[in-house]
Design a protein around this ligand. Structure first.
Ligand SMILES: Cc1cc2nc3c(=O)[nH]c(=O)nc-3n(C[C@H](O)[C@H](O)[C@H](O)COP(=O)(O)OP(=O)(O)OC[C@H]3O[C@@H](n4cnc5c(N)ncnc54)[C@H](O)[C@@H]3O)c2cc1C
Length: 291
């Protein structure tokens, strides 16, 4: 099916894009990689009267470490993250998530920030970046604000972004020298959305857990933070008993539904096993980073 009629704009600057979004209000939509928006328009689930294509705007396509944050610009594609050396080791949760997004065609065009704005409960970046404690940098004609990811996701395909706002980057706080993590995803076949996914990102301070981030994909109405499991880890030594306890708490935080991908019980059990594996990998990576 073809999309309904729409106007197309390709502004060369953020200011110009913001003016267009102000003009169209609810009727305008930002276009980044188009990997989610265009299919929705073709199915006529989305009927914007204007698209504001941000792909010609300079300066939004880099991954940079600056001022205590790793910043991933709005035009950084999944494939850029797959290849980036910056997203290994301490930021392993991000580097491990990137190659698990769909297939090479989608990864070539789709953007990390577009994934966050799309807010699919089965989106992998939402969990990986929420575990890493990330925030979205957002601009509108009235200024700039940041939104922590756990406040961004309101429900399935629903965020706290306003129609006149553009997300310019996602910022991940520097976790310090001893940190590690991973993203584990169960899919029915390569390129599928997650049956269940778990993101784990842990930093260590004097042998104890400093920050702990655990987030879940595909087992709730949005990417979920396993907050009770995170709280159990902070300030403690990551031994075997604690790993098992946190994994059980993460499984309890999941809100899975039985569907064609598996039963609710099965998905909960995948969350438990992946959290355990993720925490062991985080501890291993952090030890390696220290040497
Ligand atoms: C076949 C297929 C399989 C896929 N499999 C997976 C998968 O396994 N895992 C996964 O996580 N994802 C998957 N995806 C989704 C893919 O990752 C998309 O790239 C991503 O969801 C959206 O990014 P985009 O840049 O393409 O955004 P677009 O499609 O351009 O936009 C998506 C939404 O975000 C808004 N938006 C985009 N950028 C901004 C911005 N900078 N500021 C404000 N709003 C913005 C748009 O207005 C739109 O509402 C799949 C997609 C396809 C087509």
């Amino acid at each position: 099916m073809y999309p309904a009629r729409f106007e197309y704009h390709a502004p060369a600057s953020v200011d110009e894009a913001l003016e267009l979004l102000e003009r169209y209000g609810d009727e305008g939509k930002v276009l980044a990689g188009g990997q989610s928006l265009i299919p929705l328009m073709k199915l006529r689930f989305a009927l914007p009267s204007a698209l504001v294509d941000i792909n010609r705007i300079q300066g939004l396509d880099s991954i940079e470490e600056d001022d205590g944050f790793l910043s991933i610009g709005a035009l950084v594609r999944h494939k850029d993250c797959e290849r980036s050396e910056a997203l290994r080791g301490r930021y392993g949760v991000l580097g491990d998530a990137a190659p698990q997004i769909s297939d090479p065609i989608v990864r070539n065009r789709g953007t990390v920030v577009g994934s966050l704005a799309h807010a699919d409960p089965q989106g992998d970046w939402g969990s990986a970046l929420m575990a890493a404690g990330a925030q979205l940098e957002v601009v509108s004609s009235s200024g700039t604000r940041t939104i922590p990811l756990h406040e961004l996701f309101q429900g399935p395909f629903t965020t706290s972004l306003e129609p006149n706002e553009i997300a310019t980057a996602v910022q991940v706080p520097d976790p310090g020298a001893r940190a590690g993590g991973t993203y584990l995803k169960l899919e029915r076949k390569i390129g599928d959305f997650a049956t269940a996914g778990v993101a784990v990102h842990v930093s260590f301070d004097n042998g104890k857990v400093g920050h702990a981030g655990i987030a879940l994909t595909g087992v709730g109405p949005r990417n979920l933070r396993a907050e009770t499991a995170e709280a159990a880890l902070v300030g403690a030594e990551l031994d075997d008993d604690l790993i098992k306890e946190a994994a059980e708490l993460a499984a309890q935080a999941a809100q899975p539904r039985s569907d064609h991908r598996g039963s609710a019980d099965y998905k909960r059990s995948v969350v438990r096993v992946f959290t355990e594996r993720g925490l062991r990998k985080a501890a291993e990576t952090a030890r390696g980073e220290e040497q």
